[in-house]
Design a protein around this ligand. Structure first.
Ligand code: PLP
Length: 799
């Protein structure tokens, strides 16, 4: 392996190099087996060689805390000095001209610079490029004046005008060497241009965190180099989690004003009677590295640089390989067309950059997808499908607010609107007012291969290219015949007393209360993580399906069992303090689907142990707030334990992100299962869709109409003896995710991503994978029983 890079001459065809990487990767990156990892701009994986050697070095030597005279301490000091030099050499930086300061990450390196500028007399002025990472944008909050440069021309004009506005006091101009959003590489000549124009009061901070992961950076000419260069070392090597700041010594005096000192950066401190201290002066890094250095991480860095060189040769070579892959990806996406010749991908490449020129473009492709009518495909949907297909992408705002706003033409008011509409980092509402609010980013790294690129291209081709003009099979108003008109009835009713856990089938002879917040006893409890207070979901913990609640009205208990063992716990259905011991319940703040809700958590060891053992994560049961515990009119009334629909129970469930009731129809399920059967795939049982109400058609077999629910505006459940009936408003289609792949009897997620993958192919409505409808009670009360007739009203269009 050590000779690997020497055996591949630089002139050798790219394919051969790619094949070498593919073979090497199998051995060196076992964690990449079976997955398509395309988030190298987030972080890249570490090699086996690095970890093996690091482990051997750790076990073979004793590394003490530096700054003392013992052998182990000296050993550390020496290793650190060597590593510092080696890191400078990686960027051809002369140690006479540059110093390197170790930091936690690139953001910490940036903050170190900013702290120094903040301590300048009169503060500082700050200019930054619109393509900056959030970590650079945030600096403006501590500057005395700031300007965002909206384009390269904007920067160049400013330089031509003598860096106007910046020269009176200390000033800092910051920009990324490569955009972490779309990989565009920005000109490196600005450092020397600004220095020539404005001189010392204006300093340059280069954020090289994204660039250096797949590109060399040449600091040979210190006159043309940035004053401060911030690095994320884990983005180059995968490990250690370390950053660095390379400082041009000519600019080091900026740090002289830094007020803070800590252990490690000071020679002597007097605390009693006087406050006097002598800061370290020998070298810049000694002045800036507060506290004990991350000795073992620095050791790992040394090993990382060695092993990276053995595996890849130079960063120059990494750059060439990744550029070839990125160009393939870009061209491949660009060429994807729908049947009507419209483009599938909108790619956010700058006009000035070019995938065949690595001075202008790094190996990142940022894009969005459109359907054949030009409508945007939801990124969340792409991400869900990608993750089922084991393709790992980055989706959303990408920590690059300026770049995103420019590329997506989002005005500040639109970004604020989007925010108030619930589009926060990682949110579901990724298309608002017909515009995407984020992007999909595929980024390549040193060990990426053509295979990865092909995987992504065929994924987009498989799921998002419309080969024929398909319309969702929606019934048009008024075309149905009379037989189909009167066909519906309630086939089954299920509640999920523990949110995201197993369902409890409502007995078919029992009339059940419907309330504005949903079916009685539905999502009355949830399971919360004991550390974070977040309500757990089957999406993350498929074993939750095995937790089975039983509503036992005879004893007034909710019994909870596990499908695969005999343990059981129970809690009182009632919250009435005069009947039940409440010492066990504690008030608690819980996060449910992004909303903060006051719950009460159960703290008894029997209960916490039961759930913690069942799911293998520290968690316990929590109960949502109920009116019974606060409303004096009901507090003292005795619970009527024989009545199912809770005189003593259910809450106006306060889950703004959840719909009250989910209904699915048997004909649609049959249609899905017919499709699955045609493709030799296992059938999907109704339970997998976790509906509250299953509606079936009473019409004879063969004449049933699938997807009829797409058109419903409302439906009415008929009244009958002992059943009040109910009018339900249909709120919209239920957007599905990989959770439908969890087998509700085994708690195991289907490896092939079925039936979600099939559903995505046969049932994408307006870019979303829909199955079933959300609905809510019209009015304040109603009830339902299995077998009741249902009449539907049309007039809704999904989309
Ligand atoms: C990743 C990244 C950062 C942040 O780096 P950290 O090491 O996470 O602090 C800053 N800027 C750019 C361009 C990046 O890609």
């Amino acid at each position: 392996m050590g000779k690997f890079h020497r055996s591949v001459a630089t002139s050798e065809p790219a394919m051969e190099y790619n094949d070498c990487i593919a073979r090497m990767r199998e051995e060196q990156y076992p964690m990449l087996a079976g997955t398509t990892y395309l988030d190298h701009a987030g972080t890249t994986p570490y090699s086996k060689k690095l970890m093996d050697r690091f482990s051997a070095d750790m076990m073979g030597s004793l590394f003490g805390n530096p700054h003392s005279a013992s052998h182990s301490s000296q050993h550390s000091t020496q290793m650190i000095d060597d590593t510092r030099l080696q890191l400078l050499r990686l960027f051809q930086a002369d140690p006479e001209e540059f110093d390197v300061v170790f930091t936690a990450n690139a953001t910490a390196a940036i903050k170190l610079v900013i702290d120094a500028f903040r301590d300048q007399d009169g503060g500082f002025w700050y200019g930054y490029h619109v393509d900056s990472h959030t970590s650079l944008v945030g600096v403006r909050e501590v500057a005395n004046g700031h300007k965002c440069f909206e384009s390269d021309q904007d920067v160049e004009r400013w330089i031509e005008d003598g860096c106007e506005g910046a020269v009176k006091k200390a000033a800092l101009f910051a920009y990324p060497a490569q955009s972490n959003m779309n990989g565009r590489r920005l000109p490196l000549r600005w450092s020397s241009q600004i220095r020539d124009t404005a001189g010392p009061p204006v300093y340059i901070l280069l954020d090289a965190a994204a660039l250096t992961s797949t590109s060399p950076l040449d600091l040979r000419n210190s006159d043309a180099a940035p004053d401060f260069t911030a690095l994320s070392l884990y983005k180059i090597f995968g490990f250690p989690d370390l950053g660095a700041l390379i400082v041009r010594k000519e600019a080091a005096h900026v740090f002289a004003k830094r007020a803070y000192f800590g252990g490690g950066t000071v020679e002597m401190v007097v605390c009693l009677k006087e406050t006097w201290h002598a800061k370290k002066t020998a070298s810049l890094h000694e002045q800036l590295e507060d506290g004990t250095l991350p000795v073992h991480s620095i050791l790992a860095l040394r090993v990382a640089m060695e092993t990276h060189a053995e595996l890849y040769g130079t960063l120059e070579r990494v750059s060439r390989h990744t550029a070839i892959l990125a160009e393939r990806l870009y061209e491949g996406l660009r060429k994807l067309k729908h049947a009507n010749r419209s483009a599938v991908a909108q790619i956010y490449k700058d006009e000035t950059s070019n995938y065949s020129n690595s001075f202008t473009q790094g190996p990142i492709v940022a894009f969005n997808l459109r359907d054949s009518h030009g409508k945007w495909v939801s990124n969340t949907e792409v991400e869900k499908l990608a993750s089922i297909k084991e393709i790992q992408l980055r989706v959303g705002g990408l920590c690059n607010p300026g770049g995103i706003a420019t590329a997506l033409h989002l005005e500040p008011w639109e970004m604020r609107d989007n925010f108030s509409a619930g589009q926060k980092c990682g949110g579901e509402h990724d298309i608002l007012n017909g515009k995407p609010t984020g992007m999909i980013r595929a980024s390549l790294g040193a060990m990426s291969t053509l295979g990865d690129v092909e995987k992504l291209l065929s994924f987009v081709d498989e799921f998002f290219v419309e080969r024929m003009s398909i319309k969702p099979p929606v019934q048009v108003n008024g075309t149905r015949n009379a037989v189909q008109q009167l066909g519906w009835h309630v086939e089954a009713l299920t509640v999920y007393p523990l949110k995201s856990c197993g369902g409890w089938q409502i007995p078919s002879d029992t009339a059940w209360d419907i309330r504005p917040e949903g079916l009685a006893w539905d999502r009355e409890w949830c399971i919360v993580h004991q550390g974070t207070g977040v309500a757990l979901s089957q999406k993350r913990y498929p074993r939750m399906a095995l937790i089975r609640p039983h509503l036992d009205f005879k004893t007034g208990k909710l019994r909870i069992t596990q499908a695969d063992n005999a343990t059981e716990v129970s809690v009182s259905l009632s919250l009435d303090p005069s009947y039940f011991d409440l010492t066990d319940l504690k008030s608690h703040t819980t996060q449910v689907c992004g909303d903060t809700i006051k719950t009460r958590i159960y703290t008894s060891p029997a209960i916490t142990d039961f759930f913690t053992d069942a799911l293998g994560v520290p968690c316990t049961l929590a109960r949502f707030p109920t009116p019974t515990s606060t409303d004096p009119s009901t507090r003292h009334s005795k619970p009527q334990l024989s009545k199912p629909a809770s005189t003593f129970g259910p809450s106006p469930l306060l889950l703004p992100n959840e719909s009250p009731i989910l209904a699915i129809t048997r004909p649609s399920l049959n249609a899905l299962n017919t499709y699955l059967k045609l493709h030799f795939l296992p059938a999907a049982p109704a339970a997998q869709f976790r509906a509250n109400i299953i509606l079936a058609q009473s019409s004879p077999a063969g004449s049933e109409v699938p997807w009829d629910e797409d058109t419903w505006r409302s439906f009415t459940i008929a009244s009958d003896k002992g059943v009040e009936g109910a009018s339900m408003d249909v709120l919209g289609g239920c957007r599905r995710c990989g959770m439908v792949c969890v087998d509700q009897t085994t708690g195991i997620r289907a490896e092939a991503g079925e039936p979600f993958v099939s559903l995505a192919k046969m049932r994408r409505v307006g870019g979303r994978v829909l199955f079933g409808v959300h609905c809510a009670l019209r009015g304040t009360a109603g009830s339902v029983r299995v077998g009741q007739v249902v009449e539907t009203t049309e007039g809704r269009e999904e989309g």
